[in-house]
Structure formats: structure tokens, C-alpha cells
Design a protein around this ligand. Structure first.
Ligand SMILES: NC(=O)c1ccc[n+]([C@@H]2O[C@H](COP(=O)([O-])OP(=O)(O)OC[C@H]3O[C@@H](n4cnc5c(N)ncnc54)[C@H](O)[C@@H]3O)[C@@H](O)[C@H]2O)c1
Length: 368
């Protein structure tokens, strides 16, 4: 977040954009300090009133040594409120994850760094339904005698949520107007498991109902398990994909490998009136405080946020800021001199703050 804000301030100054930044502490460490809340009690109002919400990752290992994250008294992860709480309260129904491979990015495979997929052949967006599915907080545990014996997670799929997220996918496909790298066709792919799951049958039916309103866009479906191997083997086939909550959570982490790993992957949580942008990675606690991890996912989250706000406010200055950030990221990646360990290995690694500064300086040059 520190590097994301560094870049935001760097591009804003020459463009005359002023921000009132509200800092909202949250997450596992905050909960351990405070004892009963995972963010301050006025945080929801601050988020509701914000033009744009940027979220750093939450989650901290339980000091009791359970191997899991710090849990609150209600058994939810400390950090639930800013992440899932904001998604639910603000109805941020579309989790939009661009999967774009920039030139110069190497992939970490077998512990080494190689160019595997070609830049230009990976340029898709996967949209995940963000408010229900298996993550709807409707399940529970039965614990006769105090020991958990039965655990139930209920997968909730509603027509309303399907409609919202599927329409978002078709609209985005039309607005991007890029098509799939393989054949330039505008294509929306629904990732489902409709041969088994009732919820996926409903999702599929709504997909074709809404898709009928977009005759210029090809409608495609893929069974989620088969999709994972097509995603890796022929990513150039995909333009915009849309899926339910947990399938999307899993396939987008896999898809991050195509773009250089978790340090490069961004997620926008978008609703009708609000949006929250975040890297898709978690808090990577084993690296915390070492000035080591890749800040590009956070920096690109700022860029995505600016693009969303620019469209909402019809503000070309915000678009310029976003374009300068992306151009700066591309420049720093192509030069390959100032990058973190995940992209170039430990021997040649720069610090997180050095990468942030290199991108901030390049972004200001782009505006000059
Ligand atoms: N939205 C969120 O805030 C969010 C999302 C996922 C997980 N979490 C939480 O984060 C904590 C850690 O979860 P995890 O270890 O499963 O996932 P993680 O994403 O934090 O880390 C997994 C691995 O990904 C790599 N990685 C992550 N971010 C990176 C970056 N910026 N640069 C380079 N490499 C990076 C590291 O190798 C790291 O060990 C848990 O408490 C979890 O609940 C939070």
C-alpha cells in the first residue's frame, strides 16, 4: 500500500489532482491490538463515503499456533470486515481480475525464471461473482459435546446475483472491444459445472438469456475442471470469462501464473455505486516487514481504481494518471533492472520500495 500511494501521489501532483486519503487500519494485527474489532467502528462510514477504496491485504498468523489466521470471537478471519464485509455491505458484486502478461515478465517455474507464455497472447479478464456462492456466510458447524463433528457450507446462487455479474461481463467485453488474442473475436466464456451443480445450471441459463442481448459477442461455456487446462495451454482463446465465487477464486490464482505470479495480479470489487481495488494476494506474512515483496499488484490496483473513477466521473485527467502508471510499469518491467525476487530471483532482486520509486519516477516522466 505504501508503494501504491507513493505512485498515486507522484502522478497526481503534476496533474493537479488532490486526494483526501483516509487511512483505515484493519486486519489480524489490528484485531490482536484492539481485542474486539478487525477495523475501527467508523470504518464502514469512511468506506461508504469514499470515491475509491484501496485495500492492502489482510490476514495474520494466529499466535496460538493453530497454523491458520487470527480468528475473531465469531470464528471469522480477522480482516473479514474490510474484505468480505465491504463486498457484501456495498454489494460489490463483480470481482474483476485482468490477466495481462506484460512484455519482459518472466515466469517462476521449477524455481527458475523463464519466458513461457508470450506477452500479447495473455490478455483476458476473469470476473468472479463476489457476494454469494460457497462464501455466503450461511453455513455452520455442529459440535455436540463442544467438539466440531459436522461442517456445512451452503452454496447460494441467486438469479439476481447471476444477472448482475453476467451483465457486467458482457458490458465489459463490449467496452474493452479487444477480443481474444487468438482470433480477435469478442467472446464471453461462462465457467461452470452445469453437468453436476444446480447453481451452475441457473448460472448457465441466465448467461444465455442475458447473452441474447449481445448478438455481436460470442457465447462460450467451459466446465471448470477442463477450463483450468485450457487456461494454461491456450490462454489466447479467452477474452472475458465469468464465473461463480469459489471457482473464480481458484482459477484466478492459477491465472496469475500466466502474468508472472501473485505479485502482478489485481482484483477490482465493483458495484453500482462503489468500488474497491486490491492485489489478489494475501498478506504473505512470512515476508512481512522485509521490504521484499512485489508492489506491482498494488500499484496496478491503483491504476485500475483510477480507470474506474475516470469513467464514473467522466474525468480525462484521471485517465491520464492511470495511463502514466501503466506505461511506467511496462517501462520498468521491460528494462528489467529494478524488479523484486519473484520476477528475477534473489540474486538480482531489488527491494519493494526501490521498485515503487522506479515506477513513480517513470510515471512522472511519462507525464512530462
Ligand atoms: N484479500 C486479502 O486480503 C487476502 C487474500 C488472500 C489471503 N489472505 C490472507 O493472507 C494470509 C496469507 O495467505 P496465503 O499465504 O495463503 O497467501 P498470500 O497471497 O499472502 O501468499 C502466498 C505466497 O504468494 C507469494 N506472494 C504473495 N504476495 C506477493 C507479492 N506481493 N510479491 C511476491 N510474492 C507474493 C508469496 O510467495 C507468498 O508466500 C492469510 O491470513 C490469508 O487468509 C488475505
Amino acid at each position: 500500500m505504501r508503494e501504491g500511494l507513493k505512485v498515486l501521489h507522484a502522478v497526481s501532483e503534476p496533474l493537479g489532482i488532490e486526494w483526501a486519503i483516509e487511512d483505515v487500519p484493519c486486519g489480524g494485527q489490528y484485531y490482536l491490538e484492539q481485542g474486539d474489532l478487525d477495523w475501527p467502528s467508523d470504518a464502514p462510514q469512511k468506506c461508504d463515503a469514499a470515491d475509491l477504496i484501496l485495500l492492502g491485504a489482510v490476514g495474520w498468523p494466529d499466535p496460538a499456533g493453530t497454523g491458520g489466521p487470527v480468528l475473531m470471537k465469531d470464528n471469522k478471519m480477522a480482516g473479514f470486515s474490510p474484505v468480505i464485509g465491504n463486498r457484501m455491505r456495498l454489494n460489490l458484486y463483480a470481482n474483476v481480475r485482468p490477466i495481462k502478461l506484460y512484455p519482459g515478465v518472466q515466469h517462476r517455474i521449477h524455481g527458475g525464471h523463464k519466458q513461457i507464455w508470450e506477452a500479447g497472447k495473455v490478455d483476458m479478464v476473469i470476473i468472479r461473482e463476489n457476494t454469494e456462492g460457497l462464501y455466503a456466510p450461511t453455513g455452520g458447524k455442529l459440535a455436540p459435546g463442544g467438539k466440531a463433528d459436522v461442517a456445512i457450507d451452503t452454496r447460494v446462487i441467486t438469479r439476481r446475483a447471476c444477472e448482475q455479474v453476467i451483465r457486467h461481463a458482457f458490458e465489459l467485453c463490449k467496452r474493452r472491444n479487444k477480443g481474444a488474442p487468438k482470433d480477435g473475436k469478442l467472446r464471453v466464456t461462462a465457467i461452470i459445472k452445469d453437468n453436476v451443480l444446480h447453481g451452475c445450471q441457473l448460472f448457465r441459463d441466465v448467461f444465455f438469456e442475458i447473452g441474447a442481448e449481445y448478438p455481436e459477442i460470442e457465447k462460450d461455456t467451459a466446465i471448470v475442471d477442463a477450463f483450468t487446462q485450457w487456461l494454461v495451454g491456450q490462454p489466447e482463446y479467452y477474452d472475458v470469462c465469468v464465473t461463480s465465487n469459489m471457482f473464480g477464486d481458484i482459477v484466478t490464482d492459477l491465472a496469475s501464473t500466466l502474468q508472472g505470479g501473485m505479485g502482478m495480479a489485481v482484483g477490482g470489487n465493483i458495484g453500482k455505486h462503489n468500488a474497491m481495488f486490491e492485489p489478489i494476494h494475501g498478506s504473505a506474512p512470512k515476508h512481512a516487514g522485509k521490504d521484499k515483496v512485489n508492489p506491482i499488484a498494488m500499484i496496478l490496483s491503483v491504476k485500475e481504481g483510477l480507470e474506474w473513477l475516470a469513467a464514473r466521473k467522466d474525468d480525462a485527467t484521471l485517465t491520464k494518471a492511470a495511463e502514466a502508471i501503466e506505461a511506467a510499469v511496462v517501462e520498468v518491467l521491460e528494462k528489467g533492472e529494478t524488479l523484486t525476487y519473484d520476477l528475477v530471483g534473489n540474486d538480482r532482486a531489488s527491494k519493494c520500495s526501490e521498485v515503487g520509486s522506479a515506477i513513480a519516477e517513470a510515471a512522472v516522466r511519462k507525464l512530462g
